[in-house]
Write a protein that binds this ligand. Structure first.
Ligand code: GLU
Length: 415
């Protein structure tokens, strides 16, 4: 990440000394969360909130529940949010939270206690104009409901704007649940129009069939693409004739284990979507999935990143070395529909106002398409500025995001 930032600072032609000003988190909060388990014993969980940068607005980013999170991964993800929010052109800085836990091993009551405990531990540091968390890997509207309730109890008043990604009944944005996947689909469609003559009939493979992947598949198929492969932690499904994305995305059994899909070829290998004959690959699971060793077997010419950080830098470089490769549309652009959906939710909550689902979706779509256009223009500008370099779409997105943060820092008198 640090190296990529250095490169984008150079591509944007900014002073190298700003690297640390932008890279280092403003604040790292590490908390202990004791939970009385169902067996009567107390288990102590480790939680973090990295408040990375607040130059453009309050910290904003999700909370991840995962057994393998570390403070280091949380810091990298928080930095990613700073860039994503800057690129999305919404008035937020970046942050990210995490709890080291396997939530699937907890009962519903234990999960609720953990979620509330996280909020109690972080209460002094978060809030609608300070730091606004949201769902991320393994967290969802149910968890946000407990969190906003705990926050509101501690504040002594109803504070719906303290968390986004809530259920619609609690002031959540009805389109937020599919915002990230929808945004991925909107961007994939826009990119297919630029690079590949349109989305109609394009074969799409989706790695990871969680919230992002399932809704991306669903919307891409609504836009006319053909979903040929999906996967999750248990295995993969491949059907060159097309997977019924609606059937798959709306079937709880398939969402649990994709191999429950009634048709197609089933595999225990979770990486099948990476290698099938597809025009577009949507990595929508976790980070570091596309590694240099896997690149020779990848056939897609367009990669649209649904997850955060799925492509390892060296793998990306190798992909761009191919003559017929179009682009890796970077996470900070491709999956920004989630946080833009969050922004539209927060604005409503701050104003005690309710937009319809269609209104939110059409606003989200136009913000994303506009950002896509701005990135394409910036890509052209940065390529012209650096004719000796191979400037990727990610480099251009990072450089643009960094440029905006730099300008704000200068105006604030910080540098
Ligand atoms: N967790 C999502 C992300 O990585 C959304 C963050 C938010 O809505 O604040 O972009």
């Amino acid at each position: 990440m640090s190296q990529v930032l250095r490169e984008s600072i150079s591509i944007a032609g900014l002073p190298t000394e700003i690297h640390d000003m932008i890279f280092k988190p403003e604040r790292i909060i590490s908390v202990k969360i004791p939970v009385r388990m169902d067996n009567g014993k107390i288990a102590v969980f480790e939680g973090y909130r990295v408040q990375h940068n607040s130059v453009l607005g309050p910290y904003k980013g999700g909370i991840r529940f995962h057994p393998e999170v570390t403070l280091e991964t949380d810091m990298a993800l928080a930095f990613g949010m700073t860039l994503k929010n800057s690129l999305a052109n919404i008035p937020y800085g970046g942050g990210k939270g995490a709890v080291k836990v396997d939530p699937f091993k907890l009962s519903e009551r234990e999960l609720e206690e953990l979620s509330r405990g996280y909020v109690r531990a972080l209460f002094p540091f978060i809030g609608p104009d300070k730091d606004i968390p949201a769902p991320d890997v393994n967290t969802n509207p149910r968890i946000m409901a407990w969190m906003v309730d705990e926050y509101s109890k501690l504040a002594g008043k109803n504070v719906p704007a303290s968390f986004t990604g809530k259920p619609p009944e609690l002031g959540g944005n009805p389109a937020r649940i599919y915002s990230t996947g929808f945004g991925v689909a909107v961007i994939a469609k826009a990119a297919a129009e630029v690079f590949a003559g349109g989305i109609e009939g394009k074969r799409v493979a989706v790695h990871g069939f969680g919230n992002v992947g399932s809704y991306a598949a669903l919307w891409l198929s609504k836009f006319g693409a053909k979903v040929v492969a999906i996967s999750n932690i248990f295995g993969s499904v491949y059907d060159p004739d097309g997977i019924d994305a609606e059937l798959a995305a709306e079937n709880p059994e398939v969402l649990k284990d994709v191999r429950a899909y009634p048709k197609g070829q089933k595999f225990n290998d979770t990486d099948v979507p990476l290698y099938v004959d597809a025009d577009i690959l949507v990595p929508a699971s976790l980070e570091n999935v596309i590694t240099p060793e896997k690149v020779p077997r990848i056939k897609a010419k367009l990669i649209v990143e649904g997850a955060n950080g799925p492509t390892v830098p060296e793998a990306e470089r190798q992909l761009y070395m191919r003559k017929d490769f179009y682009a890796v549309v970077p996470d900070i652009l491709a999956n920004s529909g989630g946080v833009i959906g969050s922004y539209l939710e927060w604005v409503q909550n701050l104003n005690w106002y309710k937009m319809s689902e269609e209104e939110v979706r059409s606003k989200l779509e136009s913000i994303m398409l506009n950002n896509y256009k701005i990135v394409m223009d910036a890509w052209k500008r940065f390529r012209e500025k650096n004719p000796e370099k191979m400037v990727t779409m990610r480099d251009a997105s990072f450089a643009l995001a960094v440029e905006r943060i730099y300008e704000a820092m200068k105006l604030r008198g910080l540098i």
